[in-house]
Design a protein around this ligand. Structure first.
Ligand code: KIV
Length: 263
């Protein structure tokens, strides 16, 4: 990757060049991801693929700060989006206090918060106090328990109208871009066309302003559940398991270590 993107260059990318966002949770993968991604998202999805929980709800602010720090250390030249975990932005005051903590304790370039029209006051409070915000509308993983599952959005006229209202409200509140997750592709296109800031899709079809995927999904490392929208660019789990089994076999039959690995 070339020079680190800025809020302004990200906004200018709309309609010019699709944005590439990939998640990372640690320095090792952040360094690898930084070579291809315009933006690195330290998503609270780490609570599932990294911490082994069944959803994102129990991720905490100290945990997210720890992982954002690791990512910033591994990819100091990348634009880093820090996901604010569940329960940390219920009121305007909490949202600002917790986002300030994220900004002061890490080098994150912005925070990401889930919600549309209902969160627009909070987004406005953050952006007017120097915190750059990436919105997140559509399917909201932090609402999985209250919604009774992961529900694709944009299936009815009412849902479509609400998504467009959400996108416009988040834009008016000062967000510089937003993630649109789990949305019918034709509706996602209309949502992206309804605002002048980039809409980065995940499970939202191709007619948006960029894409985001969770690195452990796209590299085939997370085997528990593979959503329809994920393309596996690598069969990582098989490759890793084969390599580990080779090592185990060589330890057992004493073909490792060899002369060249020995002092
Ligand atoms: O937590 C995460 O990784 C996310 C993506 C699914 C967009 O929010």
């Amino acid at each position: 990757m070339g020079k680190k993107l800025t809020i302004s260059s990200i906004k200018k990318a709309k309609g010019v060049q699709p944005l590439v966002m990939i998640t990372a949770y640690d320095a090792l993968f952040a360094k690898l991801v930084s070579e291809s991604a315009d933006m690195i998202l330290v998503g609270d999805s780490l609570n599932m693929s990294f911490a082994g929980k069944s959803d994102t709800i129990s991720a905490t602010l100290p945990q997210m700060i720890y992982h954002v720090n690791a990512v910033c250390a591994g990819a100091p030249e990348s634009f880093v989006v820090a996901d604010m975990p569940f329960g940390t932005y219920i009121t305007k005051e909490d949202a600002l206090k917790n986002s300030i903590e994220m900004f002061q304790q890490t080098q994150a370039d912005c925070v990401k918060i889930e919600g549309g029209e209902d969160k627009s006051e909070i987004v406005a409070h953050l952006t007017s106090n120097g915190i750059a915000v990436c919105g997140h509308i559509g399917l909201l993983p932090q609402s999985v328990r209250s919604e009774g599952g992961y529900k694709v959005k944009g299936k009815t006229q009412e849902e479509k109208e609400q998504l467009i209202k959400d996108a416009k409200a988040i834009e008016s509140a000062g967000a510089f871009c937003m993630v649109l997750e789990g949305c019918k592709a034709d509706v996602a296109k209309e949502v992206a066309e309804s605002v002048s800031i980039p809409v980065i899709g995940i499970g939202a079809g191709v007619d948006v302003d960029g894409q985001v995927l969770v690195f452990s999904d796209m590299l085939g490392l997370f085997e528990d559940f593979v959503p329809k929208f994920v393309k596996k660019y690598l069969d990582g789990a098989t490759l890793v398991k084969d390599a580990l089994q080779n090592y185990a076999t060589e330890v057992q039959n004493k073909t490792f270590p060899k002369e060249e690995h020995t002092y």
